[in-house]
Design a protein around this ligand. Structure first.
Ligand SMILES: NC(=O)c1ccc[n+]([C@@H]2O[C@H](COP(=O)([O-])OP(=O)(O)OC[C@H]3O[C@@H](n4cnc5c(N)ncnc54)[C@H](O)[C@@H]3O)[C@@H](O)[C@H]2O)c1
Ligand SMILES: [Zn+2]
Ligand SMILES: [Zn+2]
Length: 378
C-alpha cells in the first residue's frame, strides 16, 4: 500500500466541544504502532451513545474527539506484532476489546476486558492515547474507535475480521447496536422459550432486543415506547404488543403487570433513563423476573425499593450484548449472510459523511432508526 508507514490526511467529523454541531475537517491519522491496525472506514452508523457523549454527558475532558463506533471497513496497514490481519481484510472495529489474555477475557462469565478504554477515565469515553491530530491539536478517539473518519487506528484486540462477502454498509450495525440489543436478550437475560418479555425503547438497540427475544422463543414481546411511530417497526422484528406510557395514567409497571398476570419474565431497558430502568425492574414478575439495563448512562444514580429484589427479581446490566468483542461479531455477520438475522430493516436512511449533523438531528428527534453514512468508497 502506497500509504503504509505514512501519515494519512483524510476527512473526519470532529466534535470540538460538547453540544455543538460536528465539523468536517481534514485530520492527520498517524501510522499504526505496535499491535495496531489502521483501517479505512467504509460505512458507519450513528448510535445513541454518540449522542450521549455529545449532547447529554458533555464531559469537557472528552473533547475534542471524533465520535462513531458502529462501523465496518478495510485494513489499510498493520503495525509491528500484528499477524492476524492483512491489508485488504474486511473488518469491524469493536468498541469493547477482547485482549484474550486478561482474567476477564479468560473467563466465560463476562465480556469485560482489562485493556478496554473504559479502564482509564470512563467519563472521557476514550483512551488517553490517540493517533489523530487536527490543526495541531490532539483529537481523542471515542471508545478507542472513532468511525466518523475516513481512516482510524485501532488496537488489534479491538477489531474483528469478517467474511469478505459481507456488505459493509449493512454489517456495520453489528459493531454496536444490533449485537448489543440481540445479545442482551439472548446472552444476558437468557430469554426462555414460551416466556413473556418487555422491551423499553424502540431504537435499533431495543428493536434488536425484540429480535433476540423472538429468536429465543418468547411468546409475548411487549414493545414500550413514548413514540408511537416506532411500533410499526417493532412488529417487523417480532413484537406482539405495544404500550405507549403516555396513553396511561398509571405506572407502566402496573399496565404490564395487568397484561401478563403479575409481570413479565424478562425486561430490557434500551433507553438510558434511570426512571425507565426502575420501571423495567418493577415490570418483572416477582420470584424469577430478570431485568437487564442496556441503555447507557453514567450521569445519575438509579434507585429501587429493596423489596423489589428481595422478592426474587434479578437486576443485571449488559454491555455489547454480553458478546466478547472479537469473537462475538463474526458469527453474527454469518447469521446475517445466512438470512437468520435482520439488518437491512434497521436502516432508515443512508447519506454521505458530510451530512452527519442531519443524521444526529434525526436521531435526536426520533426520526430515524439507523442512519448509515457512506464514509469512503470501497
Ligand atoms: N450497553 C451497551 O453496550 C450499549 C450499546 C449501544 C447503545 N447503548 C444505549 O442504548 C440506548 C438505546 O440506543 P439507540 O441507539 O437504540 O437509541 P435511540 O435514540 O435510537 O432509541 C431510544 C428509544 O427510546 C425511546 N424512549 C425515550 N424515552 C422513553 C421512555 N421514557 N419510555 C420508553 N421509551 C422511551 C425513544 O422514543 C427511542 O425510540 C442508549 O442509551 C444507548 O446509549 C448501550
Ligand atoms: Zn453504540
Ligand atoms: Zn482482556
Amino acid at each position: 500500500m502506497a500509504t503504509a508507514g505514512k501519515v494519512i490526511k483524510c476527512k473526519a467529523a470532529v466534535a470540538w466541544e460538547p453540544n455543538k454541531p460536528l465539523v468536517i475537517e481534514e485530520i492527520e491519522v498517524a501510522p499504526p504502532q505496535a499491535n495496531e491496525i489502521r483501517m479505512k472506514i467504509v460505512a458507519t452508523a450513528v448510535c445513541h451513545t454518540d449522542l450521549y457523549h455529545l449532547l447529554e454527558n458533555m464531559y469537557e475532558a472528552g473533547f475534542p474527539t471524533v465520535l462513531g463506533h458502529e462501523a465496518a471497513g478495510i485494513v489499510e496497514s498493520i503495525g509491528p506484532g500484528v499477524t492476524e490481519f492483512q491489508p485488504g481484510d474486511k473488518v469491524i472495529p469493536v468498541f469493547f476489546s477482547q485482549c484474550g489474555e486478561c482474567r476477564f477475557c479468560k473467563s466465560p462469565r463476562t465480556n469485560q476486558c482489562e485493556k478496554a478504554w473504559s479502564t482509564s477515565d470512563p467519563r472521557m469515553m476514550a483512551p488517553t492515547e490517540s493517533r489523530f491530530t487536527c490543526k495541531g491539536k490532539k483529537v481523542l478517539q471515542f471508545t478507542g474507535t472513532s468511525t466518523f473518519s475516513q481512516y482510524t487506528v485501532v488496537k488489534k484486540f479491538a477489531v474483528a475480521k469478517i467474511d469478505p462477502a459481507a456488505p459493509l454498509d449493512k454489517v456495520c450495525l453489528l459493531g454496536c447496536g444490533v449485537c448489543t440489543g440481540y445479545g442482551a436478550a439472548v446472552n444476558t437475560a437468557k430469554v426462555e422459550p414460551g416466556s413473556t418479555c418487555a422491551v423499553f425503547g424502540m431504537g435499533a438497540v431495543g428493536l434488536a432486543a425484540v429480535m433476540g427475544c423472538k429468536a429465543a422463543g418468547a411468546k409475548k414481546i411487549i414493545a414500550v415506547d413514548i413514540n408511537p411511530e416506532k411500533f410499526e417497526k417493532a412488529k417487523v422484528f417480532g413484537a406482539t404488543d405495544f404500550v405507549n406510557p403516555k396513553d396511561h395514567n398509571k405506572p407502566i409497571s402496573e399496565v404490564l403487570s395487568e397484561m401478563t398476570n403479575g409481570g413479565v419474565d424478562f425486561s430490557l431497558e434500551c433507553v438510558g433513563n434511570v426512571e425507565v430502568m426502575r420501571s423495567a425492574l418493577e415490570s418483572c414478575v416477582p420470584g424469577w423476573g430478570v431485568a437487564v439495563i442496556v441503555g447507557w448512562t453514567d450521569m445519575h444514580d438509579v434507585s429501587v425499593r429493596p423489596v423489589q429484589l428481595i422478592c426474587g427479581r434479578t437486576w443485571k446490566g449488559s454491555i455489547f450484548g454480553g458478546f466478547k468483542g472479537k469473537n462475538g461479531v463474526p458469527p453474527m455477520v454469518k447469521a446475517y449472510l445466512d438470512k437468520k438475522l435482520k439488518l437491512d430493516e434497521f436502516i432508515t436512511h443512508t447519506m454521505p459523511l458530510d451530512q452527519i449533523n442531519d443524521a444526529i438531528e434525526m436521531m435526536k428527534h426520533g426520526k430515524c432508526i439507523r442512519a448509515v453514512l457512506n464514509v469512503s468508497p470501497q
